[in-house]
Design a protein around this ligand. Structure first.
Ligand SMILES: Cc1ncc(COP(=O)(O)OP(=O)(O)O)c(N)n1
Ligand code: 3NM
Ligand code: MG
Length: 214
């Protein structure tokens, strides 16, 4: 599971329905997957659970047959109702043990960690991967924590054996720095959502190939 999950984490598209509005979230995801995206998150911060379920069902249909997992941000109820592949939660969201109880043993659970203590506290009994950041400041998440930079990211990665994905202000120019930090994946929003050509935007990350990849 861990090796396969690391492969999925390699280029992780976190979708923002507002940012994707021009192309549409489903079409953005379709094109981004054609460009090499390996995992997708529905992050609809202003939606209701019912709206998230509808969006998740549409994304699931678009992802069918691709092998690309769909994870729902914040809303474990929506993840289960839509039969998504998993959920992503942060430190201020539902507790990991409660999320795991709702998701069951097989769905993916991701947890955001911004500090050494939160990384140490992430319990592999409940959590499958860590979202680490923000690496850089970003307008996409206005309430983000202090950026870690590449050195801070490497320090967080060293504290846990859980698979991880770096997030926050990441662009193709950062591929070498993220690789050197030891991350398993790069998670991006604005580098793909809202770009005129989501497929080309995803392709620009193709050289991100962590060590465990053959
Ligand atoms: C892959 C990934 N990493 C981190 C986050 C941030 O989650 P959270 O801290 O709960 O903040 P919101 O995204 O809910 O605003 C994420 N969504 N995905
Ligand atoms: C959703 C999210 N989580 C973050 C964290 O630090 O946990 S930063 C972030 C937004 C990332 O967007 P962009 O790729 O446009 O910078
Ligand atoms: Mg959250």
């Amino acid at each position: 599971m861990t090796g396969q999950l690391k492969d999925h984490l390699r280029l992780y598209l976190v979708t923002d329905p507002q940012l994707c509005a021009q192309t549409g979230i489903v079409e953005t995801v379709r094109r981004a997957v054609a460009g090499g995206v390996t995992m997708v998150q529905l992050r609809a911060k202003h939606a209701t659970t019912a709206q998230r379920i509808d969006l998740a069902m549409a994304l699931k249909a678009a992802l069918q047959g691709t092998g690309v997992p769909l994870v729902i941000n914040d809303d474990v109820t929506a993840a289960v109702a839509a039969d998504a592949d998993g959920a992503h939660i942060g430190q201020g969201d539902i507790a990991p043990d409660k999320a795991r109880a709702m998701l069951g043993p097989d769905r993916i659970l991701g947890l955001s960690c911004e500090t050494p203590q939160t990384v140490r506290d992430a319990d592999p009994a409940y959590v499958d991967y860590l979202g680490l950041g923000p690496v850089f400041g970003t307008d996409t998440k206005t309430d983000h924590a202090q950026p870690t930079g590449f050195d801070g990211l490497a320090d967080l990665i060293a504290l846990s054996s859980l698979p991880n994905v770096a997030i926050g202000g990441l662009k193709p120019d950062h591929i070498d720095g993220v690789l050197a930090s030891g991350a398993d994946g790069m998670a991006v929003v604005s580098a793909i959502c809202g770009q005129a050509d989501p497929k080309a935007a995803a392709r620009a990350f193709h050289s991100f190939k962590p060590e465990h990849k053959t």
